[in-house]
Design a protein around this ligand. Structure first.
Ligand code: DI6
Ligand code: FE
Length: 413
């Protein structure tokens, strides 16, 4: 991180993204100011309505007319792992499918081998520069999953590194335990035994250590069955932990409907989501997390049912799904662009998808993804004329100043 300057004081000459209008599908900004005290926002709105006490106290920060949005939220990542899988990228280009590679002992399991071999220090050293890339795009809260250890000690290392990243970089980190990501080789042919291990040993131990904020699973032909997924959810429920699911990415397993029954925070990927799954998610208030990076990198052609989700009023979030296999993406703004170009989200929908809805997918809706009185100061000043530019440019890093957890960070990192 470049600086540790407090953001307390009055931020003036800003153009605030109107989040109310955004949720109604409109891109609008209003001139305004933000007051910060003790790392929290005490006022955001027109300068004329600023309560008197706030206008005189503390330092002044000149926004220079910058566009201001809430800090972005990357609500689905697998940021901590060993190695990389460029070789598989080449295999896929030569015609092998993701599922074929996985069944041949590559895929997730190859990253498991590299992660198990890595020390906590090595995992941290590998993940930190990746996190810095995401932060440079204005990310102020991020979810990080385990799932490349698939044994207690290695899963613990991943989650401890996720927590350490949050502390070192001053960024809100939510962890998800993804022990049910793939079957580790030592359990070949004994998936039910592995799930018992996940539910009865790994999850309770890691939750007891305070390392688990939510529980995730990979319900898929190359992952775990619906029945096995439900056992994981039951274990989460026993511990009072919220659930989420990698659902219907490669096929329709009816996972979303199951997750919704357990009040899932989100169902993620959802390319093959059925009308039944959509209805269940709507009723449960689960967020659909769209992951265009994985869709793109796998050269998928089966689009998620965006129009049906929109019609049903299911909130849609957008995230990087950063992982070494299917989405080596390190820019949430690029995902914003792809959500529009590939999935046909409107810019307003995509922007809501990396702010309010992404925060909700992490259970952070009260504190993140918006700029309001009382919430921790997380907002981004962008060197841009209009909000649509956030989705329009790609490969640019237009965040000029980020306020993250009440601290000013130049250039985002
Ligand atoms: N879905 C994903 O997008 C990642 N995991 C999952 O269940 C991919 C993980 C990998 O290929 O390493
Ligand atoms: Fe994922």
């Amino acid at each position: 991180m470049n600086t540790q300057l407090s953001a307390d004081g009055l931020w003036h000459d800003l153009r605030l993204l109107d989040m109310q209008a955004l949720l109604a599908g409109e891109l609008r900004t209003t001139p305004g100011v933000i007051a910060v005290q003790g790392g929290r926002i005490t006022y955001a709105g027109p300068a004329l309505a600023l309560p008197e006490g706030l206008s005189t106290s503390g330092p002044r920060h000149d926004g220079g007319g910058a566009l201001v949005t809430p800090g972005l939220v990357d609500c689905h990542t697998h940021l901590v792992y060993g190695g990389q899988r460029a070789g598989e990228f080449a295999l896929r280009l030569a015609g092998a499918s993701y599922e074929e590679i996985a069944r041949a002992g590559g895929g997730i399991v190859s990253t498991v081998r590299a992660t198990r071999e890595a020390s906590e220090e090595a995992l941290l050293a590998a993940a930190a520069p990746r996190l810095e890339q995401l932060l440079a795009d204005g990310v102020t809260a991020i979810e990080i999953k385990s799932g490349y250890g698939l044994e207690l000690a290695a899963e613990r290392r991943q989650l401890r590194v996720a927590r350490a990243l949050g502390e070192r970089h001053g960024v809100t980190v939510k962890t998800s335990f993804l022990g049910a990501h793939a079957l580790p080789p030592e359990f070949a042919g004994r998936a039910d035994d592995y799930i018992a291990q996940v539910c009865d040993h790994m999850l309770p131990a890691l939750a007891d250590e305070g390392l688990v904020d939510a529980v995730d699973a990979f319900c898929e032909r190359i992952g775990f069955t619906l029945a096995q997924t439900e056992r994981v959810f039951q274990a989460a429920e026993r511990l009072g932990l919220p659930v989420k699911l990698h659902a219907e990415q490669l096929s329709d397993m009816d996972g979303a409907a199951l997750a919704a029954r357990y009040g899932a925070l989100s169902c993620d990927h959802v390319e093959h989501l059925s009308p039944r799954g959509i209805a269940a998610m709507r009723d449960a208030g689960s967020v659909a997390v769209l992951l265009p990076g994985a869709y793109y990198a796998l050269r998928d052609t089966h689009l998620p049912p965006v129009e049906a989700l929109r019609e049903a009023g299911v909130p849609m979030a957008v995230s990087t799904d950063h992982n070494p296999g299917t989405s080596p993406a390190l820019s949430l703004l690029l995902m914003l662009n792809m959500a529009c170009t590939l999935f046909r989200l409107t810019v307003a929908e995509a922007l809501a998808g990396v702010t309010v809805h992404a925060a909700r997918a992490l259970g952070l809706q009260a504190t993140h993804g918006r700029i309001a009185t009382g919430v921790p100061a997380n907002f981004v000043l962008w060197q841009l004329q209009e909000p649509a530019e956030l989705a329009y440019w790609f490969g640019q890093r237009p965040a000029c100043r980020v306020v993250r957890q009440g601290r000013i960070v130049e250039g985002g990192r």
